[in-house]
Design a binder for this molecule. Structure first.
Ligand code: 8YV
Length: 330
């Protein structure tokens, strides 16, 4: 029997590619070349499934040009790169990798929030530039993290893991805003309180964005929202760049109304807005929220499990563990 053909769009662990080869004829990308859309389309021809990352955009036009495609399996929890409704309309399974990256991403979010608040990367640049010649009482003074108010916009798994770090490790008061409220049993141990978005903006000392990105959440933090924030507050974004109007953010940081920002994601990444690069009070990392070796391996394994199951193989044949559009099963 001929094996179905699949594409592994970006370089992943060789062991994971080998697992896929047990079931499929695999076209992989060991050089990790970034394929422009036309080339991605060409590589997808005749493929039944694809293991993709956030860099590959799957939309209706692409699906129409690849009628053999049955499954697109993202190696990411966020799936704004996939038009799930378009997949469902064509009975293509779409999957993501929730759960396995929660703690690693929360670690990075907390670290970035602390780096921004305590001016860590700004201080390092100052030191490396040879500008440190004396101690002074107000050098790099900054807002405290411990005991302050942590605001979380988007209280899913990662939001809750950040809340845990803040409440249990740093004695922070936790406020959050989310479409739905957590069960009291989840709120209570964190002392977490649901508030409306305006209250969250007005009362947080350190606001962290952990909500999914979509057309509805585009620029959910813009000039009006930044104007509501406390003078001297910080903003950290580990979700998607498009959640924040970067021009408005740069203005708030330049004026000092916002003390600092911590950013792991950007609107045009891997390009970064020059207005942000020009500022000292921003801690920047290159979209590395889930970047621990163990977590990346778990993400690749889960994406592979999804692909194997979606195309009818393995113990979960026909039932991928993290299917985003279960309606295709009917
Ligand atoms: C990925 C992420 O590394 O899971 C997500 O949503 O943003 C990151 O963990 C990135 O999207 C590559 O697929």
């Amino acid at each position: 029997m001929t094996k179905p053909r699949v594409l592994v769009a970006r370089k992943v662990f060789p062991e994971v590619v080998e697992r896929l080869r047990a079931h499929f004829e695999v076209e992989d990308n060991a050089d990790d070349t970034i394929h422009p859309r036309e080339q991605l389309l060409a590589r997808l021809q005749g493929k039944s499934g694809a293991l993709i990352t956030g860099s590959e955009r799957i939309d209706a036009a692409l699906l129409d040009a690849c009628p053999q495609l049955r499954a697109v399996c993202n190696m990411a929890v966020g799936y704004n790169n996939i038009d799930v409704a378009a997949c469902s309309a064509r009975k293509v399974m779409a999957t993501n990798t929730p759960g396995v990256l929660t703690e690693t991403t929360a670690d990075l979010g907390f670290a970035l929030m602390m780096a921004a608040a305590r001016r860590i990367t700004e201080g390092e640049r100052y030191l490396r530039a040879g500008r440190w010649d004396r101690w002074s009482y107000d050098m790099f003074v900054a807002p405290d993290v411990h005991g302050s108010t942590l605001g979380i916009l988007g209280m899913g798994r990662i939001g809750q893991a950040i809340a845990r770090r803040g409440a249990l490790g740093f004695g922070m008061k936790v406020l959050y805003h989310n479409r739905s409220r957590l069960e009291p049993a989840l709120e209570a141990p964190l002392g977490a309180r649901w508030v409306d978005k305006g209250t969250l903006l007005r009362e947080s000392d350190h606001l962290v964005l952990v909500l999914p990105y979509s057309g509805e959440t585009h620029h959910t933090i813009g000039a009006a929202e930044l104007a509501l924030m406390k003078r001297g507050a910080t903003l950290t974004n580990i979700a998607r760049g498009g959640l924040v109007d970067e021009e408005a953010l740069a203005r708030a940081l330049r004026s000092g109304s916002l003390a600092a920002a911590g950013l792991d994601v950007f609107e045009g990444e891997p390009k970064v807005n020059p207005a942000l690069l020009a500022l000292d009070n921003v801690a920047l990392t290159p979209h590395i929220g889930s970047a621990s070796l163990a977590t990346r391996r778990a993400m690749a394994d889960l994406a592979a499990d999804n692909l194997i199951a979606a195309l009818g193989f393995g113990p979960q044949a026909g039932r991928p563990p993290s299917l985003l559009n279960p309606e295709v099963l009917g």
